[in-house]
Design a protein around this ligand. Sequence first.
Ligand code: ISL
Ligand code: CA
Length: 581
Amino acid sequence: LIDRAWWKESVIYQIYPRSFNDTNDDGVGDIPGIIEKLDYLDDLGVDIIWLNPVYESPNADNGYDIADYQSIMDEFGTMEDWEELLDGLHDRGIKLIMDLVVNHTSDEHEWFVNARDPDSEYHDYYIWKNGRTDIDGFTGHLGPEDEAPPNQWESFFGGPAWAYDEEVGKWYLHLFDEKQPDLNWENPEVRDEIFEMMEWWLDKGIDGFRMDVINLLSKPDSVTKHDPPQNSTQVWETFDGPRMQEFLDTMHDRVLADQDVFALGEMMGRMDMETAIDYVGRDGPLSTLFHFDHVLLDHGGKIWETNEWTLNDLRDSFNRWQYGLADDGWNSIYLSNHDQPRLVSRFGNDDEYREESAKLLATLIFTLRGTPYIFQGAEIGMTNYPFDSLDEFRDVETINPVRNALESGEIDNFDDIKHGLRHNSRDNARTPMQWDDSEHAGFTDGEPWIGVNPNHDEINVEAARDDEDSIWHYYRELMELRKDSDVSDVMVYGDYEVLINDHEEVWSYVRTLGDERLLVTLNFAEWESHTWIPEYEVDFNPHDMEAELLLCNYGADERATDVDAEAFDLRPWEARIYRLK
Ligand code: ISL
Ligand code: CA
């Protein structure tokens, strides 16, 4: 018996509006720009659009600092534009999910402006604390001379997670930028406001929410009930706080339960499976989640620090979730988004084997068990940007910590960390979509708000659509297999079973649903690799099986089609999907 859901069978395409398509030449993508590309999305064949925040915002964090939840940012257009977008999507059978950013607001939100008056009913919408005076030698304060912040939590964007407010004479919590004060979810009025706002959007006809850093809503008792201990430096104390389950259960019961909507939670930190199942299992409040296991593999502690990842690490982190949510819960499969560098530059090879490796990574995304995500530009194999100076960056997560480190002398000059920033910065994902080979890649006729990748003369949608062997067409083939073929069910719902768990180059797995079996085999190397199906690891006899090739990123040539089911020689970055019969 298959536990079907439309959002399990769907492919999600993520649009970062600022960088998608600009129609009024101010250099900033806009909603009319998305409307202009509706047929493009339809041709590609995606089912759900996740739209990054388009609400009114001073853009300290590109829309993740919301000043009004119920209006559209001027730069992006009007509410009428947004309604036209929704209708245009629905006309094409595409659903729309909106970003829900309710851990924090902008400091320019009316609530926060009013909260600065301690007598206002809004004061308690945020988290205010007195500074500490009982510590020696604390030097990092940005408050009065004799005060240090309430505790030593560091914000995710660098510097203390508390800012001193002159008017109030207290400190407010901001886990992200100073311009993103955290809402006080302990306050029932905050919860009511948010739930009503969610209902308002659902009434407008949207199909669900992508919930930003949703497991941070409930703060630890050390902050809500007591004066926080000065020595708590661990901001991860804020993950999955004591009332997290309760808050989401209430949200589910009040807002989501009686509607057929998709609820996707972004979950920070490294989560244990029990907690995950509480959130997304059969009885949980959410449909699925984003975890960070695999995208943290190659990050160091600082934004410019990197680690080498290995295939074993990558496979282990996916195995954990594939097996962890096998019986209850549902995965989201992503290798990139607006916060992550480009997948082909990171997990593939953006040079000689760009096409092959981009297709291999797509094969992985579409054949693991879970809902697949395409971040705009992945479908043409867009790469990281060759950043050369700090002025070229726009992201607060990159700029703030680098400035601080330069000022404090922690780093001497930009060039020492350039390599790391090129690898890690979120701005890699945010350079404009490459539509064609014209001056600004067809994104704008004005001055783009962030640099267009110089490789757009080769890597662009127009060229990709013209070339039958392109990454773009390969994405379409994968989607066709997944949604509209004899193997769709096994591709979506089949069990996942990994083969040869310690192969250093090749990741292979079998997906099984009843008698249907798919074998996926992927060579993560620039050289040829050999692999096989070890009999002792599977409950069928590979010697008795015929392997029918369904898709290969080198095409259906003899090497890929004429094989024994038990052994395979793979070319550099080769990816194959077989049906075993
Ligand atoms: O952890 C990160 C990258 O590995 C961070 O970049 C990121 O802040 C984290 O993923 C949380 O992301 C979400 O909330 C942030 C916002 O800046 C991100 O764009 C958003 O996706 C604060 O709202
Ligand atoms: Ca514009």
